[in-house]
Design a protein around this ligand. Structure first.
Ligand code: PLP
Length: 447
């Protein structure tokens, strides 16, 4: 199964025999070397939000390459990152107006952590350095981002991590045991953050990071809006910055430009990646509120000392600026409609004995597999339930995004569907048929 394969390529023939070799792609299709078309129901890793045939990218890239491909932004400026920063400020909520460019989602979060520390130092709180994360989250592969990550299967091999940062429970209504209405449960879940800040000592806590809608670990899990409204209140009360990790959810994935819009809350920083360039170039960004960025421009005169060699390079920036312009209201609406259609077509799964939870928000669907629907007991990981569903759907020509480890450690199987927002209706039906068939077949085999 793909996510257990060795990712090294070795000179002299160490290719990956288990992976289908892809020759090309167009629209929502990946074309294998032997000419098969697979429907990309994962949009890569929730990256190719506009599909594989975005008009105009090639000419933008050609034009940029013919003028300038690289520039060190430590000493020069250029129109492309400036234009991208302006575009991002225009589409970002509230006063998230300052953009800092990096190359990956992990780096966007690392940057946010460093900026949180630098900001508190600038504002007279040098001991505020701890980042609080949530269990069952994913914030990136680098050691700092992994320290904030709560997905134990992704962390465990690298323990001890750089930081022993604390984690609070995720916004995972399916497995919450709080009492009351969804709103009351959401407030109770958010209260765990307040408890942890108090336990740590507010004078030591720099920031809280959360995916607005969970991605890789518990796909599409999301709370009642009261959760993030309460998080915002708590962060304000204890002078803790709130970082929204929108690396996966940004750019229309959940039906709105950014997922925090569902909760009507503006974070202090917002990490972006994936859909920012729609997969056409490696580029990510951290958006920062004016109030925080201004501390470095207008405050004590100290700069924020951070940067990457390729950060904001003209080629990636020009491509991203073009891609971001394509996320029109009509594209976002199409994404919402296709997500709803896919959920409706998957309706038969509601009766499937191994489907414990089905979550949909925009063009993001999470299907959680359980051994017992009454208790929510996960499957034994050795059964590789999600891997088998993935394999079967792939045999039927549909690429999905499998995941595991959502419950405790290695336990917990699920599948994510995150097709391009522009996927056609016939392809939605192909995806739904293949996935339903795959889940039925696996359910029979484990019965
Ligand atoms: N944050 C979230 C929410 C993600 O889903 C991911 C990647 O899947 C990352 C951060 C890390 O991004 P990257 O793989 O570009 O470093």
């Amino acid at each position: 199964m793909a996510n257990t394969a060795n990712l090294f390529y070795k000179w002299g023939g160490g290719m990956k025999p288990d992976f289908p070799r892809i020759r090309s792609a167009h629209d929502e299709f990946l074309v294998t070397e032997d000419g098969r078309e697979l429907v990309d129901a994962a949009a890569g890793a929730a990256v190719v939000n506009l599909g594989h045939s975005v008009e105009g990218v090639e000419s933008v890239a050609d034009a940029q390459l013919s003028e300038l491909s690289y520039l060190s932004l430590s000493h020069f400026s250029h129109e492309a990152p400036e234009a991208l920063a302006e575009t991002l400020a225009a589409v970002s909520p509230g006063d998230l107006n300052a953009a800092f460019f990096v190359n990956s989602g992990s780096e966007a979060n690392e940057m946010a952590f460093k900026l949180a520390r630098a900001y508190h130092r600038e504002t007279g709180n040098p001991h505020k350095s701890t980042i609080i994360g949530r269990w069952q989250s994913y914030h990136g592969a680098t050691l700092g981002a992994l320290s904030a990550t709560g997905n134990t299967s992704r962390r465990s091999e690298y323990e001890p991590l750089l930081h022993g940062w604390p984690h609070v429970p995720p916004a995972y209504p399916y497995r919450w045991e709080y009492e009351g209405t969804p709103e009351e449960q959401a407030i109770a879940a958010a209260a765990e953050l307040e408890t942890t800040i108090k336990q740590e000592g507010p004078e030591t806590v720099a920031a809280f990071i959360a995916e607005p809608v969970s991605g890789a670990s518990i796909p599409a899990a999301h709370p009642h809006p009261a959760y993030f409204q309460e998080v915002r209140r708590i962060c304000d009360e204890y002078d803790v910055l709130f970082i929204a990790d929108e690396v996966m959810t940004g750019f229309g994935r959940t039906g709105t430009m950014f997922a925090m819009e569902h909760f009507d809350v503006v974070p202090d920083m917002m990490a972006l990646g994936k859909g920012l360039s729609g997969g056409y170039a490696p580029i990510s960004a951290t958006m920062v509120r004016d109030e925080i960025a201004d501390e470095f421009e207008n405050g004590t005169g100290r700069s924020f000392s951070h940067g990457h060699t390729f950060g904001g390079n003209p080629l990636s920036a020009a491509i991203a600026a073009h891609v971001v312009d394509q996320y029109t209201d009509s594209v976002l609406q199409t994404g919402r409609k296709r997500g709803e259609l896919l959920a409706a077509e998957l309706e038969p799964l509601a009766d499937n004995p191994i489907v414990g939870d089905f979550r949909q928000i925009g063009a993001m669907i999470g299907i959680e597999f359980v051994a017992d629907r009454d208790t929510g007991e996960p499957f034994d990981p050795d059964l590789n339930v999600n891997g088998r569903v993935y394999d079967r759907a792939l045999e039927r020509g549909v690429y999905t995004y499998p995941g595991s480890g959502s419950v405790d450690g290695l336990k917990g199987d699920h599948l994510m569907l995150s097709p391009p927002l522009t996927i056609s209706e016939p392809s939605v039906r192909i995806v739904a048929e293949a996935v339903t068939d795959a889940v039925d077949a696996v359910a029979e085999s484990v019965a």
